[in-house]
Design a protein around this ligand. Structure first.
Ligand code: SF4
Length: 354
């Protein structure tokens, strides 16, 4: 059954047929952004059953995408009637962050390898749910490094989806997939969008009453300079990096001193997060008699490290004098050791700041 444009316009919204029998099933990689939304729309309009797949990771800055009804996955649920599944990027993802076959983007973002990684996982998932094909919201030349023609071909080949990966937004500018050739997908109903402008996508979103304005939300911490520095340091010093530990990199001020990591909370929320993430061998420190941060010390904890952590803890506390006292220990409820030390000067801490 075809999409009934007239009925949809008359009802002021989007309507899809209820006939789900024998529809081809497309598994879409959904980020929560405008492009994947329109990729889904384009396929829904040709009566394809669309299932969403979203990948989560500690690198994802996506809370807004989940919360804002005008910007994110809610739209897929509410207006297109799409069920979205969630998968985690696992620890093996860190191998590609550490050593990407196809290099980095502007910071530590291994975008081409990242796409290959998630497409390989999506392929397995597609088999499980018996989806007929996989599609993405990629747009030719929207990103100079990871979405040029060469990169799109590499991604397709390396994820073992050659000729089988549909990009509905730019399909008319790409070679037809086998899906189009064998008639599963109607190529004439696909789009030929290219470049960074989202004008066409927004027009389509508006005309189908999906949204009126689009403010890009979400993002990836690996593209951010400060986080990338911390991540590089983490990968260098950690023998077995884990996604769980990556969460530490999101909170506090980070210092690397004599091989140990010192993290100083910037506010109560960060102090609590550090406490929550603390491992059994990590040491906690806090200033005595004055209000101040919670400091977490990880790695080889020698006397010099404790002293430097003490200087930092006092530096970011309310201490007015130069000399102060800190207490520390592995159990937050029993910080039994203490030292008196001078707070750090800006010059002292800069060489160790990540
Ligand atoms: S920006 Fe981040 S999440 Fe997006 S493709 Fe690149 S590495 Fe992957």
């Amino acid at each position: 059954m075809d999409y009934d444009f007239k009925k949809a316009i008359n009802s002021g919204g989007i309507i899809f047929t209820e006939d789900t029998n024998n529809k081809p099933i497309g598994l879409g990689l959904i980020s929560g952004g405008l492009d994947s939304l329109i990729a889904c729309l384009v396929l829904k309009l040709q009566n394809i059953e669309v299932v969403g797949l979203n990948f989560k990771s500690p690198f994802c800055i996506c809370e807004k995408a989940y919360k804002n009804a005008e910007c994110g996955l809610n739209l897929f649920y509410d207006k297109l009637g799409i069920k979205t599944h969630f998968l985690q990027k696992e620890d093996d993802y860190l191998d590609i962050v550490k050593n990407p076959k196809f290099g980095y983007g502007k910071n530590l973002n291994p975008c081409i390898d990242c796409r290959i990684y998630i497409l390989k996982k999506a392929k397995k998932f597609a088999n499980q749910i018996k989806a007929d094909f996989i599609f993405t919201g990629e747009v030719l030349d929207q990103r100079p490094k990871s979405q040029n023609l060469k990169a799109l071909k590499i991604i397709e080949k390396e994820s073992d989806l050659k000729g089988k990966l549909l990009r509905p937004l730019s399909a008319l500018l790409l070679e037809p997939t086998t899906l189009e050739e064998n008639g599963l997908i109607d190529r004439t109903k696909l789009l030929g969008i290219k470049g960074r402008s989202r004008k066409k996508q927004l027009e389509l979103a508006r005309s189908h009453e999906l949204l009126n304005e689009y403010n890009a939300c979400g993002g990836c911490l690996l593209t951010e300079k400060e986080f990338a520095n911390r991540m590089r340091d983490y990968l260098k010093f950690s023998e077995h990096p884990t996604m769980e530990e990556v969460n530490f990199l999101k909170f506090g001020r980070h210092f690397r001193f004599n091989g140990a990591k010192i993290i100083v909370g910037r506010n109560e929320l960060e102090n609590n997060s550090l406490l929550y993430l603390k491992g059994p061998d990590d040491v906690i420190m806090e200033a005595l008699y004055v209000k101040g941060p919670l400091t977490l010390i990880q790695g080889k904890i020698e006397e010099e490290v404790i002293k430097f952590a003490g200087k930092l803890t006092l530096r970011y506390s309310d201490l007015l004098e130069s000399l102060g006292k800190v207490r520390y220990g592995k159990d937050f409820n029993e910080l039994s050791k203490s030292i008196i030390i001078e707070k750090a000067t800006q010059e002292e801490l800069i060489p160790y700041l990540l």
